[in-house]
Design a protein around this ligand. Structure first.
Ligand code: SAH
Length: 225
């Protein structure tokens, strides 16, 4: 497989990232660790460069969702920042991500020092991202082709779980694969918009759920493709 990577980062893109981080702050992101991470990662490399190339310069660092191939989108930077902030990552956290997509969120988690396991159900995206992430220096994530509804029992428990597709309900398997004190961040709903939910596991049977604002995600689908 051939993946074209433009390395025209520096200056131009760095300036754009600085402005993006300012926007994220204005929209309410306060975690300096999250902001520093977004400032560092070359988001423009993550798009489907065959379809998005002409728009790349203008859109890579605007707060927009963009195509990453296979009919999927990379989440808005604000969404990535918001979910990551809610995960409250500390170095060494074992994190499960559902919906690897282009790997941008995976890179954010790696950059923050997490040990990342990420599941993608679309073969095309899985194959592409598995090659792409190490190519741009993000090694060490365990990427799995599979169905996120089931989680990853063989690697459980996880300190944190992040779902990056719209789930119609909270998958029981994900709750059971969290440590006590663990956090699940998941957008819930089947309509155009979903509500971000943060669930903290208090004991084997007790959970505290908090709902936040509305977001837009592609649907979390059953089974592999
Ligand atoms: N975190 C990604 C977001 C991609 S969009 C990024 O930073 O780019 C959501 C992704 O979830 C899509 O790639 C979609 O194929 C995937 N997805 C949807 N349902 C899934 C499931 N049941 N298991 C694993 N991945 C799923």
């Amino acid at each position: 497989m051939q993946i074209h990577i433009s390395r025209e980062d520096e200056y131009l893109y760095q300036g754009k990232r600085k402005r993006l981080v300012e926007q994220l702050k204005e929209k309410g992101i306060t975690s300096q660790a999250v902001l520093n991470t977004i400032l560092k990662i070359p988001r423009h490399l993550f798009f489907d460069q065959s379809t998005e190339r002409p728009a790349l310069l203008d859109h890579a660092y605007s707060d927009k969702a963009l195509k990453i191939g296979a009919g999927q989108t990379i989440s808005h930077p604000f969404t990535v920042a918001f979910q990551t902030e809610k995960l409250n990552i500390t170095k060494g956290d074992k994190v499960l991500e559902i919906g690897t997509g282009c790997g941008y969120q995976t890179a954010v988690l790696l950059e923050m020092g997490a040990k990342v396991f990420s599941i993608e159900r679309q073969r095309e995206l899985f194959d592409k991202t598995k090659i792409f992430l190490p190519l741009i220096g993000y090694k060490g994530a365990k990427l799995i082709y599979g169905d996120g509804y089931k989680g990853l029992p063989q690697f459980a428990p996880f300190d944190k779980i992040i779902v990056t597709a719209a789930a119609p309900y909270i998958p029981q398997d994900l709750l059971s694969q969290l440590v006590i004190g663990g956090i699940l961040v998941i957008p819930l709903g089947e309509g155009e918009e979903q509500v971000m939910n943060v669930i903290i596991k208090k004991s084997g049977t007790e959970f505290v759920k908090q709902a936040f604002g509305k977001f837009k995600f592609v649907p979390m689908l059953q089974n592999k493709e």
